[in-house]
Design a protein around this ligand. Sequence first.
Ligand SMILES: C[S@@+](CC[C@H](N)C(=O)[O-])C[C@H]1O[C@@H](n2cnc3c(N)ncnc32)[C@H](O)[C@@H]1O
Ligand SMILES: [Zn+2]
Length: 356
Amino acid sequence: MITEGKARIEIPEKVFYNPRMKFCRDADMEVFRRLESRSYLDALAASGVRGIRAHLEAGFENVEFNDISKRACETIERNLRLNGIDALVYNRDASALMREKSYHHIDIDPFGSPSEFIDSASKSALRFLSITATDTSALCGSSPMSGLRKYGAYAEKTEYYHETGLRMLIGKIVREMTKYDKYPEVLISWTKEHYYRVHMRLRKSSRGAGKVYEKVGYILHCQKCMRREWKNVFHTPEIFCECGTEYRMYGPLWLGELHDREFVSSLSKDGETGRLFQRIEEEIPAITHYEIHEVCRSLKISPPPIADVINALRDAGYAASRTRFSGTSFKTDADIHEIRRIISDISPQHRVSHRP
Ligand SMILES: C[S@@+](CC[C@H](N)C(=O)[O-])C[C@H]1O[C@@H](n2cnc3c(N)ncnc32)[C@H](O)[C@@H]1O
Ligand SMILES: [Zn+2]
């Protein structure tokens, strides 16, 4: 017997439960408390822990559960009784169920890739869609062929690979959804350990579903000088970087917002999940980010504190912030030449001395 949040859960053998995902479910509950979710499907429910918590902690009145495993369904039924909840439990393939039935809010939490469920979830979900992905190497560019197979997008590993992962996942969701004349607005997204998580509000409009492609496109990345550019699908990108190197081209990816600032500002900043929300709220909406170590390696200096870098960029008139992705990375609207100049200027004492 496990207690997680307000839920008491029994997990028999062969039914999935990952205690390391508690942080994610805690964060989800804080997010869910701000949503008016009239019917919620925990589509890959396993023990049912997420849907049960959504009912107990976020006040979701109408929760339903589904899992393809019979044993999981029996477990969900038992856990519902344990928590005094009366709810429907389906023993179906999630895609088949979502084809037949619409929900205000769909939650997809699979083993590995959610890609096979995105089409049906996009059709079924009316107002909110929450998706987890744990196939991080496909999404972040460390396994480009997996990215192509699962998400129809190409990327390679860069210093901002976690951001690439979120942008590839959201980009795929957009491209699956617009055929239903819907498009998503990202409420919040994050990555931690081995997973990506995104919560979206959906809009219904054929015009909007076309216009959303202004925020879908390609990141052009120079492996030599670290410059990046981006172009949406309506524009033909430059093939060469200013430095003369041929760009690497990654995408199609989501080039829009990774969170809604107003939404994130409404979330509690208490505790461990609050620290993540705080970091997200402070992050500027720049595309890609820089790892201080990578920039300093190319300058052959030792890295100054991240706070000094951000202050120096701001003093020079640029927008700059830390990021949700790591404690040693920053976002800015300055280009790579300015970043290099500013970082080498701020702290000459950090220069590695080169003795003759
Ligand atoms: C990662 S677990 C879900 C964990 C759960 N949401 C939690 O928070 O603990 C994935 C679940 O999806 C189920 N599953 C796999 N393929 C499915 C499908 N096509 N339709 C419905 N359920 C499926 C598995 O049986 C498994 O219980
Ligand atoms: Zn270059």
